[in-house]
Design a protein around this ligand. Structure first.
Ligand code: NAD
Length: 251
């Protein structure tokens, strides 16, 4: 997978994004990990120390003009980015549980939309033309089971943003299908990361009871699926939302 490939992983300094970045780096993919704090630089340095090519990029994804200006520099700095994993995401909670629709204020609505949906859109819109030209590309968007099932625990802005991300994925898949580009959305169920650490113990217990496997997933279980989707082995899979949720939804 690694020969002459460059990957961008947003939210790569923790949880699922870090697990993906580790796998890409080990597979020999030049990896750019984007994170909102300077810890991403240190993480990239330590992964590079293991003989991998990893660069850290500090970026606040809700700062859309900053994202745009970074994207404008990609051709000059990186030449091309072949694999995009839109992983960064936020899920504000009220005392460890969801906000009701009428409790979500506009400011928070916009922040969630900007980070979870608009930034991924901007990144894809900027990078797709070069992927089309090169005849190869992989877009993997990290959605959520919360946007696939009855939204008992997740808040409306989170669910709406992740449902939107699944729609965006299908559009990219449709438009890129003739140019060697695949786009898929991974919909994890509950995974033990910082994001779920903000859930209340009651919410965690209730969710765990609802999962047939009786446990949360691990970040690396999701990263393994992302790595597969980014590889040539997944060349005939596009436009799908793939559930990874311990059996919470079965088809
Ligand atoms: N953990 C779960 O149970 C679960 C379930 C379904 C979907 N997801 C999705 O998986 C993705 C990764 O989440 P995670 O569980 O690894 O949690 P996490 O909190 O460890 O990772 C989220 C990452 O996004 C980054 N991020 C958040 N806001 C940002 C911003 N404004 N600018 C730049 N970066 C920002 C964070 O710094 C962090 O690295 C998210 O999109 C999340 O919605 C997680």
């Amino acid at each position: 997978m690694g020969i002459d490939k460059t990957a961008l992983v947003t939210g790569g300094s923790s949880g699922i994004g870090l697990a993906v970045a580790r796998r890409f780096a080990k597979a020999g993919v030049r990896t750019i990990i984007m994170g909102r704090s300077s810890s991403v630089i240190e993480i990239a340095r330590s992964l590079s120390g293991e003989g991998c090519s990893v660069t850290g990029q500090v970026m606040e994804l809700s700062d859309l003009p900053a994202v745009q200006s970074w994207l404008r520099e990609v051709p000059q700095r990186w030449g091309h980015i072949d694999i995009v994993v839109n992983n960064a995401g936020i899920h504000p909670k009220r005392q460890g549980w969801k906000y009701l629709v009428e409790e979500v204020d506009f400011e928070q609505w916009h922040e969630v939309m900007n980070v979870n949906l608009t930034a991924p859109f901007m990144i894809c819109a900027a990078l797709l033309p070069a992927m089309k030209e090169r005849g190869w590309g992989r877009v993997i968007n990290i959605g959520s089971s919360g946007a696939r099932n009855r939204p008992v625990a997740p808040s409306a802005h989170y669910v709406a943003s992740k449902a939107g991300l699944a729609g965006l994925t299908r559009c990219i898949a449709e438009e890129g299908a003739g140019n060697g580009i695949t786009a898929n959305c991974v919909a994890p169920g509950p995974v033990t990361t910082r994001l779920t650490a903000s859930s209340s113990p009651e919410a965690i217990a209730e969710l765990t009871r609802s999962i047939p496997m009786g446990r949360y997933g691990t970040a690396d279980e999701i990263a393994a699926l992302v790595e597969f989707l980014a590889s040539d082995q997944a060349s005939f899979i596009t436009g799908t939302v793939i559930d990874a949720n311990g059996g919470s939804t079965m088809n």
